[in-house]
Design a protein around this ligand. Sequence first.
Ligand SMILES: C[S@@+](CC[C@H](N)C(=O)[O-])C[C@H]1O[C@@H](n2cnc3c(N)ncnc32)[C@H](O)[C@@H]1O
Length: 276
Amino acid sequence: MAYLLSKEDFLKISEFVYRKSGIFLEQEKHFEKLAKFIDSRSRALGFDSFRKYFFKLRFEDKNGDELQELMNAITVNETYFFREKEQFEVLVNTILPELHKTLPASRPIRILSSPCSTGEEPYSIILHIVEEGKVVEQRDIEVVGIDIDSTVIQKAKIAKYNDRSVHAIPKNILSKWFDKKNLGYELGKDLQGSVDFQVVNVFDKSQMRKLGKFDVIFSRNMLIYFDDASRKEVAMTFYDMLNPGGYVLLGHAEYMSRIVSVFRARKIENTLIYQK
Ligand SMILES: C[S@@+](CC[C@H](N)C(=O)[O-])C[C@H]1O[C@@H](n2cnc3c(N)ncnc32)[C@H](O)[C@@H]1O
């Protein structure tokens, strides 16, 4: 099959993707997916060469729509409710009670899910908080979910999920907080709107700054798609966005000690968390 994208062009566009998103594309793994995407977008735009498509992407994409299409196509959005659930348990059993004790009573505790994909992670945070109940009874807790992919953010706001997505939620919690529909489950009205979802690129410093300061940042299963330099940059952005004493939680295959040394690692019930 002949694609518009050549092996040399792959290097150009993967360098562009890396600069824009930190995502590191490898020829062996990603060539075909990217080539198919460029063929389809070129057809839609009436272009007959990669050069024309790439020109549009770089110089004639003032509102960023074409870049958004590209980002939506290359991201890996795999997620599900209660994934690596020990971390949610550490959040409600240790981190929140500790923050509640030390922070001024008048201010909310702020939690960022970065990246949140289709919303399962921030809603899992909310479900654990409401199920645990004690801290949320006494003070406001805000949860913000961000992702570079606009299609997943749209889905997160709609909050409709299939069986695979909810498979790890205990049955009593599922029936309590979700409405069973013909084709899956819908988050119940009580929890709709409980997460503030936004399309944000973690490398866009001004977008990140606008989100404000946080007490806890979940950043699970995104840094694995970046190279060392990008991981370092994002880790330092998180450091700047955390209030003193705030926490970062990473995915099981991600270790802060391999990225930066500014955080203090704490092990709680076999779960590593990182404190500013
Ligand atoms: C595998 S999902 C992880 C979702 C969730 N945190 C979890 O662990 O289940 C990775 C997500 O990272 C997002 N992502 C990749 N690069 C990003 C960037 N530069 N800024 C924000 N989100 C990004 C992707 O769009 C994708 O939805």
